[in-house]
Design a protein around this ligand. Structure first.
Ligand code: PRP
Length: 217
């Protein structure tokens, strides 16, 4: 049987992704993000799982190295890869927000301060958000731990992801505005979607059924 290769993101989306795939028989319990091993094959199912950084999933799927992938909507909006978005997996809910140090989000008259420098790992989303408001702050691209930037004077505000809100609170930052909401999505390579259409479509209908059951509960 020809392998179906699935890109799985490390980090916040890993555990729910793994659970979902295990529940439909497409992953085994041995699949883990806490090992140096990054490729897991389920020979009897004809499935190969590749564990990678969440930001790299679009690249692997767009280039067809992986047929299918799980990735946050925020990453899709930021990177805009040429892939098919097949399904909202409804887990991994988070928001992309503009946040500022507590007490420094407003000027004394109560108006929101206009940031001059904004640190973010989502420069495209941030840039479009500000441009749509006629604002063009300097965007400082980081790869993670964005919340530290205002504390050490690298930026005035940040555009980042909020899930539980804990990281913002622990760094004394407050939400100034919500830019978008995000959940995990199932994406497919465009050629794979045609060439392996029966496998991908049957996987899709099984996943849809599982997600409906979750909805009903
Ligand atoms: C995201 C985000 C925050 C954190 C928010 O980072 O950039 O740092 O999660 O989560 P919380 O609201 O539940 O505290 P992520 O864990 O994806 O890692 P990264 O910073 O290494 O990209």
């Amino acid at each position: 049987m020809e392998y179906l290769t699935i890109a799985i993101p490390k980090g916040r989306l890993f555990e729910p992704s793994r659970e979902l795939l295990v529940s439909v028989g497409l992953a085994s319990e041995e699949v883990s993000q806490d090992t140096r091993r990054m490729v897991f094959e389920l020979e009897e199912k004809g499935v190969r799982l590749v564990v990678m950084r969440a930001q790299d999933v679009p690249t692997y799927v767009e280039r067809g190295t992986c047929d299918i992938g799980i990735v946050g909507k925020d990453v899709l909006v930021e990177q805009r890869p040429q892939v098919y978005e097949l399904l909202d997996l409804k887990f991994g809910f988070c928001r992309v927000v503009l946040a500022a140090p507590r007490g420094r989000e407003q000027d004394p008259s109560g108006h929101r301060l206009t940031p001059v420098r904004v640190a973010t790992k989502l420069p495209r989303i941030a840039g479009e958000y500000f441009a749509s408001r006629g604002l063009h702050p300097e965007l400082i691209s980081l790869h993670g731990s964005v919340e530290v930037a205002p504390q050490v004077g690298l930026s005035d505000m940040i555009v980042d992801i909020v899930a539980t809100g804990r990281t913002l609170a622990e760094n004394d930052l407050v939400i100034v505005d919500e830019i978008m909401k995000s959940t995990a999505r199932l994406v497919a390579n465009r050629v794979s979607f045609r060439m392996k259409s029966s496998r991908i479509k049957s996987m899709l209908s099984v996943l849809e059924k599982v997600l409906e059951e979750v909805d009903v509960r």
